[in-house]
Design a protein. Structure first.
Length: 320
């Protein structure tokens, strides 16, 4: 399968392109980059300055969209309309309406549209879903996740620009944890959220907290922030008869009761995604994260960003 990768940045250089080069049925056919010098690192690979130019090449089978979030919708839709399968970085789009349009275009084009929520292929998260289904903790009641750290590095400074990134930690790291809960419990039925700038006065929030309710009665809480010098990466599911602890979510261990299981992820967390996408295109294997499931993260994020952020004064006025 011939891949076109849009953007040669941190994620594509470290994970996506190495995954494509390692996957036996994949070929890195071309890249889209405004900096031609970046393409020199991949001898024999074609390079185009714009996606429009690249899409004229009929040999391209699939497009990996790794541009800023602002461009996800327009680039995905353009690639799908030109008969290419599309695998897109997260979050799907700047908002739920754009995300829905991407899914609709995939449906009408007859092409596959997947999203890179790679934690769905973490062995420990798959195992957690199995344990929940088996009743290992009784009826699940509450899922809690947080990811705390400091501001993203200057190398990824575009993440601080709301016009390019859409949001701060809510989109960058919160989206993964919201999707992990959706993977475990299905589409959220209700959501609310708070975003604020507790410390850094930047264009996007530095704190985001989301609350979700699922059809089976589970409540999900996700808290992400760029204002903590203490790193945290916690994830647990509490049930009537116990809990499953995945702390740290990016580590190998899963704990249920007194039992500890070691289930490490692939050394390149994007490789299983690329392998799954290729199998979906060539063999009909189900996508690990199809677009129609991934967009529910955008639905939750829209509510957290744009829902009414009421104050105590609002409550007092309401009483009067």
């Amino acid at each position: 399968m011939n891949w076109l990768v849009i953007g040669i940045g941190d994620i594509t250089r470290k994970r996506v392109i190495p995954a494509i080069l390692a996957e036996p049925r994949s070929t890195l056919y071309g890249v889209v980059t405004r900096d031609a010098k970046k393409a020199e690192a991949y001898p024999g690979v074609l390079a185009w300055p714009t996606l429009e130019d690249a899409l004229q090449d009929k040999a391209i089978d699939a497009v990996y969209v790794a541009s800023p979030v602002l461009l996800h919708a327009q680039q995905t839709i353009a690639a799908l309309r030109n008969g290419k399968h599309v695998f897109c970085e997260k979050p799907v789009a700047m908002g739920f309406a754009d995300a829905q349009a991407m899914v609709a275009t995939a449906t009408t084009s007859g092409r596959l549209f997947g999203v890179s929520y790679y934690r769905r292929l973490y062995p420990k998260l798959i195992r957690a879903k199995e344990l929940i289904a088996e009743g290992a903790i009784g009826q699940p009641l509450l899922a809690e996740a947080n990811y705390h750290g400091w501001l993203e590095s200057e190398e990824r400074a575009w993440l601080r620009d709301p016009a390019m990134a859409g949001a701060g930690p809510l989109f960058d790291v919160g989206s993964h944890r919201i999707d992990a809960m959706n993977f475990l419990f299905g589409e959220p039925q209700r959501a609310s959220g708070l975003v604020s700038n507790a410390l850094h006065q930047i264009g996007v929030e530095d704190s985001a907290t989301v609350l979700m309710a699922y059809a089976n009665g589970v409540h999900g809480v996700v808290d992400v922030r760029w204002n903590s010098h203490v790193a945290r990466d916690q994830f647990r599911v509490i049930g009537t008869d116990g809990e499953i602890v995945l702390d740290p979510l990016n580590g190998p261990e899963l704990r249920v009761g007194s039992r500890v299981e070691s289930l490490p992820a692939h050394a390149n967390v994007h490789y299983p995604l690329i392998e799954n996408f290729v199998s979906a295109v060539l063999d009909g294997t189900p996508l690990a994260c199809p677009g129609e499931e991934a967009i529910w993260v955008d639905w939750v994020s829209d509510i957290a960003k744009n829902g009414p952020q009421k104050t105590a004064a609002d409550g007092v006025r309401g009483i009067r």
